[in-house]
Every structure is written in C-alpha cells, then in structure tokens.
Ligand binder design. Structure first.
Ligand SMILES: [Ca+2]
Ligand SMILES: [Ca+2]
Length: 447
C-alpha cells in the first residue's frame, strides 16, 4: 500500500480547481456595476458551494488508500514432464500469473475496512478474495496509518503465526515462502476473529480461527469440518535500536484440531475379473464384493510453536536484512506430506528453520540468499535390506536471488532453488536426491 497518493487530496484539488478559477474571473470588471456585483456574489456562492462539496468529498475519501500489484513470471522445474496424471498437468515449465492483487483499505478513527482481491493462474484461472477485514479500533492517540493500540478484527486475514506468513508477498524479495511455511499453510489467510495490540515496541496478535486456511489440500479450505477452533497467537517486538538499525522478533503458538474424513457405507456388489483374459465370463471369474460399513470421521490434535528474528541495517550501500525463523509442530502439514495420524496411527513430528539475507545494492538492485530445511516426519522409517531403519525425509533448499529494482514501482527478480532431498531412489533402492531444482524469473509492477 506504499506510495499510493491520497485519493482524497486529488479529488479535493480537482473539485476545488474550478471553484478557484471561477472566483477571480468576475472580480476584474466588478467596480460599481450593480448587476455585475450581484453576479459576482452569485459566483462567490457557487465557489463556496464547490468548496463545501470538495471538503465533503475529501472528508469522505480521507483515509482511503488503493493498492495494486501484478507478478508475472516464468518457472522452470527440473522434474517437469509433458504428462498428465488424474487430470493434473505435470509440465511446470511455464509462464504463470502468480499474483494480480487489488487492495482497498479504508481507515477511520474508530474503524477500518480492508478488502483484497487476487487473480492468478497457478492451478488454472482463479479469482477470489485474499483478505477481507472488518475492524473496530481504539487508536489511543496513534495517528491514522499507524497500528492502533487495540484492534478487533473479524473476517478473512493472515494467520498470525511467525514472521514469514504475515509478510506481504509484495514486499518480500524471495519469490515464495520457505517449504515448511508453505507445507503448514498452503496459503496465508483463514477465517476468524483477532485481537491485535500495539504499545510502543510491543506487538500482540491473538486469533481464534476455523483452522482450515486457503489452499488446503483436504478440500475444506475456508470451511470448518470440526467445531473446535484453532487458537493462534504471536507476541513480538518492533524495535528501532538505533538510527538505521531495527529489530523485529516474535514467538508464536498454534493449537487446534485437524480433520480426518470418514467414509460412507458401500453396498454389496459383484466384480468380474477376466483371469484368463479371453474377454468372456468363465466359471470362477465373478467374485462377490461384500458391503462395507462406513467409517466415522475423526478430529486430531495439531500444534506448532515458532520463533522469528529479523534485523534491518541501513548503510550507504542500501538496506541489509537478516532473517531467521525456527518452527516445530505436530500434524501441521497440509500441503506437501499431509499429516493424518488417524490413518498412520502416530502423530507426525515436524520441524524446520530458515536463515536468510537480502542486501539492497543502491536503490536499483538487490541480492539475497536463503537456506531453509524442513523435516516433515522425524519418525520416518524405511525398509532397507529387510530391516526397518529410521531415515531422514529432510528437504534442504538453497536459494540465491538477484534482482533489479525501479524504486517503488517495479522489480525484476531471478531466484534459483537448489533442492536437496531423499525423494528419489538410486539403482540400489536407497533413497536419493530427486532432480527437482527450480528457477523463477519474475517481473512485479506495483501501484
Ligand atoms: Ca474369461
Ligand atoms: Ca532434489
């Protein structure tokens, strides 16, 4: 939302301009000419009316800001194939409209309204609400445009967990969040109610949410399969230690319930198995399939804790940003290695962290590097040589980044992701690295 001029000021200027132009014009011939004087009085009234209108319009539009950005990109994936499986295209070497967003933010003294629309082509053409926040506020002397002392928000908002999740994709240089974050939260927003406090350097967000964020693979995104709600909180600091040196740190907690879908009962039937492959029904090829009772749905416990730290240092070269985040969770994966303890019988223990740096090189360039690792199941085992052995499923990503920047307006970014994992098998059957590196070229232009 940065860099968006106040619409109100613009409208005020536009509406006031003819009023200003109208008033001096009749003053020239004025003098003692009576009818002309009444004309000028009329013009004055007109000017006054226009000024009142301008004030009313600018008052009405005051606090409104509009934001928009578009991210168009080309992606290359080493594991791409010109195939389709169950209707899913496996080719990932393509041009993608990653995000086209339009945001409206209206701030008043006691309330605010924010709505953001998103269009993208990630899984085919899609258009929908990304954020919709209705807030009542107590500003406590904080000016409009800064975080209020206390805010109560209802609607669709980013889950307040960690730093990465709530960071705007418009401001972030790295093209996507780290793998752990994307696995825990396939998309950022969920439905709920939130209380946020900002007192000096202290920040607190406490939310109660449905617990099924947008982009969920379970098919229940933005719905609520269980009545129990998910509790999320982040307590943190935003601290300017010295001029040009800022610290942001926080600790987060999530506690909630996940949902395991039951199955419907099935009727008894028969199945023909053409055992001798002659295309005809022969004795013994028709098998009875007994009816099956339905299985009940089940809710399971999930939790996560995270710590995040971020340092911003301004120098003659530009801003240096150092970031780190550590997350530990249980049954949290909803995107990649989807956790379902009802199915597996044990709770999945997940952990990971990221460490990154971005360095702005003058106003017109940026370089960066991020390392992140994610272990989706600390208890995973594999059968090797007839023995069940513990194996690591950890995925490590090394992501260098370079970019050109047109200040406040545009960015051209190139990011390569070296992904080291154990998702393939070598000729001996031992887990080996899958060739699945990716690179992305993105152009972002913003209002
Ligand atoms: Ca047959
Ligand atoms: Ca790999």
């Amino acid at each position: 939302m940065r860099g968006i001029g106040c619409l109100a000021a613009l409208v005020a200027v536009l509406v006031a301009a003819p009023a200003g132009a109208a008033s001096p014009a009749p003053e020239q011939p004025a003098a003692e000419d009576k009818p002309k004087e009444s004309n000028s009085a009329k013009d004055d009234k007109k000017a006054e009316a226009l000024a009142t209108l301008a004030n009313a319009v600018s008052g009405f539009l005051n606090g409104l800001s509009l934001g928009a950005y578009v991210q168009g990109q080309y992606e290359h994936h080493q594991d791409s194939q010109d195939e389709q499986q169950n209707g899913v295209l496996l080719n990932q070497n393509r041009f993608v409209l990653r995000r086209a967003r339009l945001k409206l933010d209206w701030q008043w003294k006691w309330a605010s309204l924010m709505a953001e629309l998103d269009g993208n082509s990630v899984k085919g053409p899609a258009f929908g609400l990304q954020h919709a926040e209705a807030s009542v506020l107590w500003r406590g002397g904080h000016p409009i445009g800064t975080p209020p002392v206390l805010a109560l928000t209802a609607g669709l908002f980013d889950v307040p967990f960690g730093y990465e999740l709530t960071e705007s994709p418009r401001a972030r240089y790295f093209v996507e969040r780290s793998l752990l974050s994307r696995s825990f939260f396939p998309a950022e927003p969920d439905l709920g109610v939130r209380v946020a406090a900002a007192v000096k350097w202290f920040r607190l967000s406490v939310a109660v949410m449905n617990g099924e964020p947008l982009g969920e693979k379970s098919g229940f995104a933005l719905r609520a399969p269980v009545s129990a709600k998910t509790f999320v909180a982040r307590a943190g600091t935003v601290f300017a230690a010295a001029k040009g040196f800022g610290i942001t740190a926080g600790a987060s907690l999530l506690n909630g319930k996940g949902f395991h879908s039951g199955t419907d009962p099935t009727k008894a039937g028969v199945v023909w198995k053409d055992a001798n492959e002659n295309g005809q029904i022969d004795p013994g090829e028709i098998v009875a399939v007994p009816s099956q009772a339905g299985t009940p749905s089940d809710a399971f416990h999930r939790w996560a804790v995270a710590g995040d730290l971020r340092l911003d240092i301004d120098s003659v070269l530009g801003r240096t940003t150092l970031m780190g985040e550590v997350t530990v969770g249980s049954n949290m994966d909803r995107g990649l290695f989807v956790a379902d303890p009802t199915l597996t019988g044990i709770d999945a223990r997940e952990m990971g962290f990221l460490a990154g740096i971005t360095q702005e090189v003058t106003k017109y360039g940026v370089v960066g590097f991020r390392y992140d690792q994610y272990d989706p199941n600390a208890d995973s085992q594999d059968r090797l040589g007839g023995k069940l052995l513990p194996v690591s499923q950890t995925v490590r990503s090394f992501s260098p980044l370079v970019g050109l920047v047109l200040p406040e307006r545009a960015r051209l970014l190139f990011q390569y992701d070296f992904i080291r994992d154990k998702l393939a098998r070598d000729e001996r059957g031992v887990p080996a690295d899958l060739k699945n590196d990716t690179w992305t070229v993105r152009l972002q232009v913003q209002l």
